[in-house]
Design a protein around this ligand. Structure first.
Ligand SMILES: [Zn+2]
Length: 447
């Protein structure tokens, strides 16, 4: 294995589109994925017309500071927007409004089970339009959709603290979980409201101690799943180590990940910072915050996943691993909190309830609060193991079906979600029953 002579040096950049109501520098609707047609959420500002003046979105600034607090950053009390110049058809102004030397947040820290990752900076910028490659009248053309132009975009940049593909994946997952818990973005990697890039180099064993740094950096872009991040880094480690073994320095470039071919491929060579000709945007006043304002935003943070996991363990005795899995589903956190405390009040074993949920032995429809009752009934029933004669069971289920036509309709529409109801109803008739036996019988009968 070539890789054993080298250490991975990797930093990650994560872009997150904020889900504010309006765009970053204009009043247009911020909903690029929900738009029915291209170019309907546009105005002179986000189309980059000469003379149109941007106005910064206060909520987007607050939400970026919120992310900074959640990732343990210092918040700069003075910050500003800069112009980053480059030419591309999806950027009609010829520059992107971003932040250069005075980003909103700096010096954070994120802990992963594979080691800490320092956050260099978090800055706020605008997203670009989107190119759509299509065939029109038999001709291949590229069309531009500006619905995404000037959508608020947060960039989270780490130090090169990542030393394994597993750590990269764990870090990205953690950021995803925190962003979702903050309710500032859908962070949907498939759609592209969260996008990952990895800067990857390999360093000879012992080089770090001697202060020798890698002479190159390969940037892999468009990694739109946690698995791709892991696989792309694994692939690059091997590719780069092979070149280094031959005494060659890997080329400094941007590469993409091809999932079908399971490899990275070159995209373009990398510009250096100077090429962008950054300078402060004269159309946007610099931002000054008071310490009180910044502190208040910190106080208003919702409970973060790590705290939820700890609280569920302490208050309800839920096993760490189960708590981790369930806390990942931020949309249902409130329902789960109600479920735990209801269960606790009724002396139901919450630890067992949690692991039954994780293992999908109980399935709760979170949209309807009465299902909490069903989860608890199903839980009580699951605790018993009594097996009943099949004909007795079938008769009981038939009675339940006859008396509850709506539950049957629900079951057929939504399948598994109402199975707990049947188990509960049957157990009311027969006393303690083996829920798996009832489940199988119900599934068989309602097929
Ligand atoms: Zn606009």
């Amino acid at each position: 294995m070539e890789t054993q002579n080298y250490n991975l040096i990797c930093g990650i950049e994560i872009h997150v589109e904020l889900r504010t109501a309006s765009k970053m520098f204009c009043g247009c609707v911020n909903d690029p994925f929900g738009a029915q047609k291209p170019n309907i959420y546009t105005c002179p500002v986000c189309l980059g017309m000469p003379g149109a003046l941007p106005v910064a979105n206060k909520k987007a600034i607050e939400w970026t500071i919120r992310i900074g607090h959640a990732l343990g950053c210092e918040i700069n009390l003075f910050s500003k927007f800069d112009r980053k110049h480059y030419f591309y058809p999806d950027l009609p102004k010829g520059y992107q409004i971003s932040q250069y030397d005075q980003p909103l947040c700096v010096n954070g820290l994120v802990k992963t089970e594979f080691g800490d990752v320092r956050i260099t900076r978090i800055h706020l910028e605008e997203d670009t339009g989107k190119l759509v490659h299509q065939e029109v009248n038999g001709e291949k053309v590229s069309l531009v959709d500006f619905n995404r132009s000037s959508v608020p975009l947060v960039e989270i940049v780490t130090e090169p603290d990542i030393h394994s593909p597993q750590q990269a994946k764990a870090y990205a997952k953690k950021i995803h979980q925190i962003i979702r818990a903050l309710h500032v973005s859908d962070a949907d990697m498939e759609k592209g409201s969260m996008r990952l890039e990895a800067n990857i180099s390999m360093q000879g064993i012992g080089d770090r101690e001697q202060g020798i740094l890698p002479q190159y950096k390969v940037e892999v872009k468009n990694l739109n799943s946690f698995r791709f991040v892991e696989k792309a880094i694994q692939y690059e480690m091997k590719r780069q180590a092979e070149l280094l073994e031959k005494n060659e320095t890997p080329k400094q470039e941007t590469r993409g990940w091809n999932e079908a071919k399971q490899h990275t491929f070159p995209q373009r060579s990398k510009e250096s910072a100077e090429d962008y000709r950054y300078f402060p945007d004269p159309d946007l006043p610099p931002m000054r915050f008071t310490r009180e304002y910044v502190e208040q935003l910190k106080k208003d943070l919702p409970e973060l996943p790590e705290a939820t996991i700890e609280r569920w363990q302490k208050e309800f005795g839920i096993k760490e691993n189960d708590a981790k899995i369930l806390a990942d589903d931020i949309e249902h956190k409130t329902v789960l909190d109600v479920l735990w405390s209801t269960a606790k009040d009724r002396h139901v074993d919450t630890a067992k309830l949690a692991s039954l949920l994780v293992n999908k032995k109980i399935i709760v429809d979170f949209g309807i609060s009465t299902y909490i009752e069903e989860a608890l009934t199903a839980m009580e029933v699951l605790s018993s193991t009594m097996t009943i004669a099949n004909d007795v069971l079938i008769a009981a289920i038939n009675e339940v079906i006859a008396a509850n036509p709506k539950a049957v309709v629900d079951y057929k529409a939504r399948k598994t979600a109402v199975i707990g109801f049947f188990i509960g109803a049957v157990s009311k008739k027969l006393g303690k029953v083996d829920s798996n036996q009832v489940r199988n019988a119900v599934q068989e009968m309602l097929r």
